[in-house]
Design a protein around this ligand. Structure first.
Ligand SMILES: Cc1ncc(COP(=O)(O)O)c(C=O)c1O
Length: 412
C-alpha cells in the first residue's frame, strides 16, 4: 500500500512551499502519506487508502480521531465564539476548563496557565518555578524531551535538536542520568523537571521509588518538582497521571497532547502557594499569548475530558494495554533475534529492537497499512494508539508486525 498518486503529488507541492527541514519527503515517494480523514484508530489518506494508527498522532487522539462528542462540541462552539480575549475579556469556556483541570488533576493542583503546545506548558512551568523559588537553576534528565521552543529546548536533552542553536539556548539546566539516584541538588537549583515515563527517549519506565526520591530531594532543598505529563497524562499509562502509580504529587504539572482531543491546547498547573507567587494581575499579564484559553480549544478540551471520563480512560489503557503487551511478548518470543524486550505501561508501549532499524520498520509497516513511530535512537518501535483501540485492531496490528519481523534485519 505505497503512497498513491495523490499523496505523491502533494509531496511534490509541499517540497516547493514548506520550509525544507520540516517534513521528510522520500526521494522515491515511499514516504509520507497525506492524511485526508481519520476516525477512531483508522486513518484514510488522500488516495482513499486506510491505515491503522498505532501512534494516536503523537499521543493526542486518546479518545479516537474525530471523536463524535469532540467534533460536535467544536462544531457547536464554532457557531458561537471561536476566539476571545484570553487574559482581558475571557470566554466562559476558559473558566469551565480551568475548573475542570483543577478537579481532574491530583492533590490541590490548579491555577491553570494555558498554552497551545506541550513546550508552552513546560516554559510556563519553568517561569512559575523561578518566580516561586527565586532560583533559576533546573535539573533535567538525559533523554528528556520537553519541546523545541527555545526555553523548552534548554531542558530537552537530545544533542541533534540543540547543536544548530548553540549560543541561543540559555544554560540554566543540567542533565542528570534518568532513573539513577540523585544525591543532592546544587544550591542554585530551584526546580527538578522530569517525565514520569520517558516517551521520545524510548518508552523508559524509571525504577520504582525513583520519582519519590526526587520529590523528597526537592522538599529537602526547597526546590519544586515539575512533572511533564504532556505525553503520559489523561489515562494513557493506566492511571489518570503516571505520577499516581508512584504515589507522587508534583508541585507543578504540565499537560497537553490528549487534553484538546486534537485541538492545540496545553496547561501548566501548580499548588496554590506556588502559582500564587506570580501575584495578582494589575492589568498586564507577565505570561500570556494571543490565543491563551482559546474558546474553541477549551470547548474541545472539555468534551475530550468528558469522553475520557465516560470511557474510563485509565481502565481502558490498562485492559487494552495488557492485551497488547501479551501479544507483543509472544511476538518477542517468536523473534528473539530481532525483539530484545517489551516495555512501557498501559497503552504507552515499546519494543526494543536488536538494532537501529525502527525507521525501516516504520516504512514497511506503512506499506502494510499500519502507522507507527520510531523512538529512542531508532532502536525502539513505539506504540501509543488511541485508547479506544479494539481487540481486533490489536490483533491486526500484531499480525502485521509479525509479517515485517519475519523479514526484518537482526542485530545492528
Ligand atoms: C513529554 C513531552 N513534553 C513536551 C512535549 C512537547 O510538546 P509539543 O510538541 O506540543 O510542544 C512532548 C512532545 O512530544 C513530550 O512528549
Amino acid at each position: 500500500m505505497l503512497p498513491g498518486p495523490k499523496s505523491r503529488a502533494l509531496a511534490a507541492t509541499l517540497r516547493r512551499f514548506e520550509s525544507p527541514n520540516v517534513t521528510f519527503l522520500a526521494d522515491d515517494g515511499s514516504f509520507p502519506i497525506f492524511w485526508e480523514e481519520a476516525h477512531g484508530c483508522t486513518v484514510i489518506d488522500a488516495d482513499g487508502q486506510r491505515y491503522l494508527d498505532l501512534t494516536a498522532a503523537f499521543g493526542v487522539a486518546s479518545v479516537g480521531h474525530t471523536n463524535p462528542a469532540v467534533s460536535a462540541a467544536i462544531a457547536a462552539q464554532a457557531k458561537k465564539l471561536i476566539h476571545g480575549m484570553g487574559d482581558v475579556h475571557p470566554s466562559r469556556m476558559k473558566v469551565e476548563l480551568a475548573q475542570k483541570l483543577a478537579e481532574m488533576t491530583p492533590g490541590d493542583l490548579g491555577g491553570a496557565l494555558f498554552g497551545t503546545s506541550g513546550g508552552d506548558a513546560v516554559e510556563a512551568a519553568l517561569k512559575t518555578a523561578r518566580v516561586f523559588t527565586g532560583k533559576p537553576g533546573v535539573v533535567a534528565f538525559t533523554g528528556g524531551y520537553h519541546g523545541l521552543n527555545l526555553g523548552a529546548l534548554a531542558v530537552t536533552h537530545r544533542a541533534d535538536f540543540r547543536a544548530p542553536f548553540a549560543g541561543l539556548i540559555a544554560p540554566f539546566a543540567v542533565h542528570k542520568p534518568y532513573g539513577e539516584p540523585l544525591e543532592s541538588l546544587p544550591e542554585s537549583v530551584g526546580a527538578v523537571l522530569v517525565e514520569p515515563i520517558q516517551g521520545r527517549a524510548g518508552i523508559i519506565v524509571p525504577p520504582p521509588g525513583w520519582l519519590e526520591s526526587l520529590k523528597i530531594l526537592c522538599e529537602k532543598s526547597g526546590a519544586v518538582l515539575i512533572l511533564d505529563e504532556v505525553f503520559t497524562g489523561w489515562g494513557r499509562t493506566g492511571s489518570w497521571f503516571a505520577c499516581e502509580h508512584e504515589g507522587v504529587t508534583p508541585d507543578i504539572l504540565c499537560v497537553g497532547k490528549a487534553l484538546g482531543g486534537g485541538l492545540p491546547i496545553s496547561a501548566c498547573l501548580a499548588r496554590p502557594e506556588v502559582m500564587g507567587a506570580w501575584g495578582v494581575s494589575t492589568g498586564e499579564a507577565l505570561h500570556t499569548s494571543t490565543f491563551l484559553g482559546n474558546p474553541l480549544c477549551c470547548a474541545a478540551a472539555l468534551a475530550a475530558l468528558s469522553e475520557l471520563e465516560r470511557l474510563d480512560a485509565p481502565a481502558l489503557a490498562r485492559e487494552r494495554g495488557a492485551l497488547f503487551t501479551e501479544h507483543l511478548e509472544r511476538l518477542a518470543a517468536r523473534f528473539p533475534e530481532t525483539i530484545l524486550g517489551v516495555r512501557g505501561r498501559g497503552l504507552m508501549l515499546g519494543i526494543q529492537l536488536s538494532g537501529a532499524f525502527a525507521g525501516e520498520l516504520m516504512v514497511k509497516l506503512l506499506d502494510r497499512g499500519v502507522i507507527v513511530l520510531p523512538a529512542g535512537d531508532g532502536d525502539i518501535l513505539e506504540f501509543t494508539p488511541p485508547l479506544v483501540i479494539s481487540e481486533e485492531e490489536i490483533q491486526q496490528a500484531v499480525q502485521e508486525l509479525a509479517a515485517v519481523m519475519a523479514v526484518a534485519p537482526s542485530g545492528s
